[in-house]
Ligand binder design. Sequence first.
Ligand SMILES: [Zn+2]
Length: 401
Amino acid sequence: MGHRILIGPIGQLVIPGDTGLTLLEGGGLLIEEGRILWSGAWKDRPAGHTPVEAFPDACILPGFVDPHTHVVYGGDRFREFLMRQQGKTYAEILEAGGGIHWTVQHTRKAAEEQLYRTARTRLKEMLAAGTTTLEIKTGYGLTLEDEGKMLRVISRLQREGPQRVVSTFLGAHVVPKDVPRTAYMETLFRMMEHFRGQATFVDVFVDRGAFNVEEADQLLRHARNLGYALKVHMDELSHTGMAVHAAEHRVVSADHLDHTPPEDLVHLARADIVAVLLPTVTLFLQGERLPDVNSMRRLGIRMALATDMNPGSSPYYSQQTVMREAVRLLGMTPEEALLGVTWHAARALNMHHQVGTLRPGFFADFLVLDRPHWGYIFYEPDRNPVREVWIHGERQWIRPA
Ligand SMILES: [Zn+2]
């Protein structure tokens, strides 16, 4: 028997799952070796343990999972933000050397240590906002050397923790400037082979200005054969028709979906593909197009939420902000939003047996709020109620007094 920690009584314990949120008023947790051994009503706690901590006035809920981020990048795009505020169009900004190519240029130029340090700072901000697991994509290097540099930074963040990090190869983000399409496709095949074992997922950006459905088919087929799990960015800027292909490839998640019509969503539903929705992108770019949440709900599609943290279209750190925008902009319920950053987000990373809820066997990754109900995230919308962040049964962050 390993070292055991009993925590309780807990004012409110939140346990997400397929039937929604289970709320225990007066709950307890028993933790062993970083995992939940028991969770339930305090009155039913296992005998023979002395509680080491009590949180009678607090709410405890699973740490947030952010299943779609680009937090490793060089430079920022503040100048571009100012240009947009002055009324410059996206095309004019691209013309002036902005947009994704700006980030590629600055990521290539940045030393590995510099990339690491800036990403490390971003992860700290995310931790304080309650994110305990996150996915990080490459995609600003676009050469074997520079994508390799990004992967090494991601893997260092993964090793050092405290957050759990899932690594995704997104060489297929955009075709780099000055490289012919067909030549870059060949480079992508080679990179996927080379980086085998260094990333869990391969992701492809399928859209106008990125990759088309035929190219995505080839890339995903190759990635699958190499043993990667799959993701797609799709239908963000236009309707691509990728949904039926995503279902055939059995991608784990399809992300964005702002232009996906109901007849396409049917294919995602049939293949039990998680929809990852990114409302802060719409907010930041002042977009008008929104994903069809009503149809997703009707079809029983799992809706996960993510920050898409990146310097161009979503410089957001907090899944709390994402939850609030999911309710305000997308019309999700607060309960759907919380499931979207826990239970369903874990599934979007194939981690639904490890994180995203607080049932026996899952990692003891949880947040202690200084409020008695999780709904205060919405009730006091510009205040961070997170007082403590625990990962693997250990306190990793406490709000400074
Ligand atoms: Zn993205």
